[in-house]
Design a binder for this molecule. Sequence first.
Ligand SMILES: NC(=O)c1ccc[n+]([C@@H]2O[C@H](COP(=O)([O-])OP(=O)(O)OC[C@H]3O[C@@H](n4cnc5c(N)ncnc54)[C@H](OP(=O)(O)O)[C@@H]3O)[C@@H](O)[C@H]2O)c1
Length: 307
Amino acid sequence: MKAAYFMRHGGPEVMQYGDVADPVAGPGEIVVDAYAASVNGADWKVRAGTYARIASFPYIPGRDFSGVVAALGAGVSDLKVGEAVFGVCDVGQEGAYAEKVAIKAAIVARKPDALAHEACAALALAGLTALISIEDTLQLKSGETILIQGGAGGVAGIAIQIAKHIGARVISTTSTANLDYVRGLGADRVIDYLTEDFTRAVSNCDCAFDTVGGDVATRSFAVLRPGGRAAFIASGGKAPPAPRADVTSLRPQVGRDRAHLDRLAQLATSGAVRIPQMKLFPLSEPAEAHRISEGRHLRGKLVFKIR
Ligand SMILES: NC(=O)c1ccc[n+]([C@@H]2O[C@H](COP(=O)([O-])OP(=O)(O)OC[C@H]3O[C@@H](n4cnc5c(N)ncnc54)[C@H](OP(=O)(O)O)[C@@H]3O)[C@@H](O)[C@H]2O)c1
């Protein structure tokens, strides 16, 4: 099969496109013929070696995909060859930048007919992260106010819509060029971080959700009311320590399961969540896709159209 992969850690230029061995469905697994896969913030960090060093090459990154079941491993009885599915590779596994992906059957969901493969690939990991962060981790409630940092990004763009669907008031940050885009996602108030300091503009929030990291993450504690809670997905595997004793700092644990993907599909088909703006790439151009992702100013999602 064709895949996008790298043979050593390095910059975007180490990404290659070529032939690799097809995956095989082990017990409880399926092989999916992928139609689309998305680029997530983790992918360039894996390629650069910022996460664990990889020992075995070629290494195929990529965490989410949408496609059609091509083969069933032993013991799989709840899916059929030919069914359209989407999903996120199991924790600790990757390999979605490829024409075929092997994955546990239990963690994929059926693709709704109303959504294109590109849309489902864009929705999968970003949506799962947004859903688990807003609903399960922060337990955001109707009537509460949340500050969502980085509103134009893939995860935040879905998080804004889930928060609005819950009935919360949403404040979000973005650059000047993306103000209208983030308003269009439903944010009640959008702060241009290039001209306004969010710590002066916002206070007394029930929740903060940071998708930017660094200084933006640590300064987010300042907007919380006493008893407020904050969740962080761009500050490593642990929540940053809170600089004040009256708030809670949380690191969402983004597991994989069919129930969350089904809920995402339902939110998307009901119109509660629209797919973030997509920029499509052929799988043969992984270096350029990584350059854009690593630039950290993409609006929405990068998606590889594979078939
Ligand atoms: N399982 C997990 O824990 C998990 C899953 C998915 C993603 N993540 C992490 O979450 C982070 C977000 O990922 P993503 O793919 O949604 O987006 P991303 O591609 O990392 O971020 C892009 C967005 O960040 C915005 N941005 C950059 N600097 C900003 C600033 N100072 N203030 C506000 N916004 C700013 C940009 O908007 P402007 O151009 O307007 O600046 C752009 O739209 C990444 O670090 C990723 O690794 C974690």
